[in-house]
Design a protein around this ligand. Sequence first.
Ligand code: ATP
Length: 473
Amino acid sequence: MTTTNSTSRMEAIVSLCKRRGFIFPSSEIYGGFSGVYDYGHYGTLLLNNVKSEWWKNMVQTRLDVFGLDSGIFMHPTTWKASGHLDGFDDPQIDCRKCKSRFRADHVLEEFGINADKQSIEWINIELDKLRSEKKLVCANCGSVDLTEAKPFSLIVKSNLGSPTSELSDETAVYLRPETCGGIYLNYKNTIDSLHPKLPFGIAQIGKAFRNEIVAKQFVFRTRELVQMELQYFHHPSQTQEIYDQWHKDRWAFYLEYGIPESKLNWHKHDKLAHYASEAYDIEYNYAMLGGFKEMEGIHARGDWDLTQHSKFSGIDLSYFDEVTKERFVPHIVETSVGDARMALAFLDNAYTEEEVGDPGEDGKRDTRVVLKLDKRLAPVKVAVLPLSKKEELSVPAQAIWKSLSKKFFVEYDDTQSIGKRYRRQDEIGTPYCVTVDFDTLTDNAVTVRDRDTMEQVRIPVDELLSYFTSKLL
Ligand code: ATP
């Protein structure tokens, strides 16, 4: 079987993720909970690697970027100042017959109409045109009885700090819809504690919550998500140069981790949020979702955020440049990407079906499924596989596992045939398998199998640590 179209590729990847313990639907034993996913052993390792490589690239290897981990809950005025309470909406339409719910801008996109950031009035005019041409039908049941579009707020409310029975506009606090809010509120703390000079950035990885109208397409769009965001503060005269540099850096990031340029695309926003001067997305060609979709946003936000938070808090958030003696409100360029949306791109890119071995009696060759993930992203780096469970092999095999696992995430597996164990490691993307066999007892060497080429080499046990250090780090 080979996955030739996006639907079967989606099914194959979703099934692998469940079968191999990467991603599970939330609350399955209670019938599921839409828009939320749980990450199993390998999914957790993959996401941890995605986050740590992003962090390494964005914080560890830069002198001008500082880390932050702010609370999910913030003073509710944060979201008044940012405009989220008044306008963080998507346009919703419903089918009166089958009660299906849709995002009206996505419905218009199906007709080639770009409704990104357009007003409800504009969207309803376009929907009416389609209605009059009898083209507007429910994608689920085919009914033409669809409602007008209306705004649907994406912000999730909670009554944290108030009695459980109370939830009103006065008591409401919000689960942050994006992580950058915490960065703006800690801009002054960062300046006062670390004393950085402009330009500098603050980076944060954390949960955000969005009451998405339709949460589908697997983990591409979820209601609980993790964002990896950078806000880069600078003098307004530097915006273009800084913006161009982040474009280059973020594009290069994806190339470095194995995504070919042919699968990436720049999408320029035609209609901008009122504060933005320019906005681009890096799109990835999600074969499993049928084409190019936003993976990461890179936006020039002007001085909107710090100006608004200054206004609403009464705290001066301007910057004084000691050299030029100029006082101004810093402008911001942001980069923002969901960890799962990025991981899904890496999974989609890595998922490979290959014919292997000689043809069988039916003339067909076997198909192996392999995740050709960049080694830095692979959940498990090495699997140690003794050919027998007998003590004479398990003792040296466990000693190898122990010594390697101090440095790498290493798995130990002594179940099933060696062929099945190789296939299992291929499916979770393990770059190297170490087979401990009876020859090991005499030559003190093991067979190391490469995931991608399936080539096997004999390596002395004493050299394994340095061998993998050179291959994996
Ligand atoms: P979309 O147009 O897909 O709804 P957006 O333009 O609202 O996304 P931003 O607010 O710019 O997205 O968020 C920045 C990034 O956060 C996105 O590029 C994406 O990687 C991630 N992201 C946003 N919403 C979701 C979601 N519901 N599920 C998963 N990731 C998300």
